[in-house]
Design a protein around this ligand. Structure first.
Ligand code: C2E
Ligand code: MG
Ligand code: MG
Ligand code: MG
Length: 291
């Protein structure tokens, strides 16, 4: 097990706990309860079109509303979820909640694409693509309203399998994004041959842009390469107006980051959308998080 410290100071499981079998057992039981007792919640982070300023979609990000430890972040519990074989259950729960929310937003007139993160282990299940498609159609949502965020390690682990899974999802109309792009070992030439819609440039490339010209030019040329392969580029971790403006200048398609909004509960996102809608389009305040 990897030692992990969390931003919030609390933790569920650390390597030191290895000597305390009790702690691990308790955590596992708690984790099962999180799944069966509906303690997982989904936060949403908006994604902005850098050309129009429109909010085009949201990314669904899981949180664990722990009965005594408060709201836990993915880094506090996802490794253990994976190791205890509960990832498939978690993926199904998050997907179900996100799609239910997508239906509500659609009825409220918000045309938002919902992006859901997929662990490589979930996609290895051969039945899963069909199950995902059923979950979408059962809610009468257009398949294109769902985007799946996959990681480079899934693409690289078994290329034939990855191509097969992605093709089946894509044929059904579901969109595919490659998350944390640039941190793995996939090459753009390999990605060109896969049914992929967009790349999400990892925030480790985006954060240093504001004060490092070389980092900025690397981002600019990666955007151009993605476009030459017919892929949209999304920048993650946009934390400043400088980064936002530069990305727009480089022709980056979409942006996500704390500068616009942190991940927030669905109700807060609706308030955020309403407040944003009330502003002058293109005004300086439109792009940033409102008080
Ligand atoms: P990710 O998919 O790359 O999601 C983006 C992460 O970056 C989120 O962390 C988000 O809160 C954070 N972030 C967004 N904008 C900024 C920014 O401007 N600055 C900084 N410093 N961070 C920013 P979060 O929610 O803690 O999620 C962490 C990771 O956990 C995700 O990374 C994803 O890999 C995984 N994850 C989250 N939800 C799920 C899920 O439902 N299923 C699976 N399999 N993985 C998930
Ligand atoms: Mg993601
Ligand atoms: Mg990401
Ligand atoms: Mg990331």
């Amino acid at each position: 097990y990897k030692a992990k410290s969390s931003r919030g100071g609390h933790h569920v499981y650390r390597s030191e706990d290895d000597s305390h079998g009790d702690t691990r057992l308790r955590t596992l039981q708690e984790l099962r309860l999180a799944v069966t007792d509906d303690q997982l919640v989904v936060y949403y982070q908006p994604k902005i079109n850098l050309r129009t300023g429109e909010v085009t979609g949201v990314e669904a990000l899981v949180r664990w509303q722990h009965p005594t430890r408060g709201l836990l972040l993915p880094e506090d519990f996802l490794d253990l979820v994976e190791e205890s074989g509960l990832m498939h259950a978690l993926t199904r729960i998050v997907l179900g909640k996100a799609l239910d929310q997508a239906v509500l937003w659609q009825h409220a007139g918000h045309a938002l694409t919902i992006a859901v993160n997929m662990s490589a282990s979930s996609l290895v299940n051969v039945e899963f693509p069909e199950e995902i498609v059923r979950m979408v159609t059962a809610r009468r949502l257009p398949a294109s309203a769902l985007m799946l965020e996959i990681t480079e390690d899934f693409l690289m682990s078994d290329r034939d399998r990855a191509r097969d899974v992605l093709s089946r999802l894509r044929e059904a109309g579901i969109q595919i994004a490659v998350d944390d792009f640039g941190t793995g070992y996939s090459s753009l030439s390999y990605l060109r041959d896969l049914p992929i819609d967009e790349l999400k440039l990892d925030r480790s490339f985006v954060s240093p842009m504001a004060d490092d010209a070389r980092a900025a030019s690397l981002v600019a040329s990666t955007i151009d390469l993605a476009h030459s392969l017919g892929l949209r580029m999304v920048a993650e971790g946009v934390e400043s107006s400088v980064a936002y403006d530069e990305l727009a200048r480089y022709g980056c398609d979409h942006a996500q980051g704390f500068f616009m909004s942190q991940p927030i509960p669905a109700l807060e996102l609706e308030r955020w959308l309403a407040a944003r809608h009330a502003l002058e389009p293109g005004s300086a305040d439109e792009i940033r998080l409102l008080p």
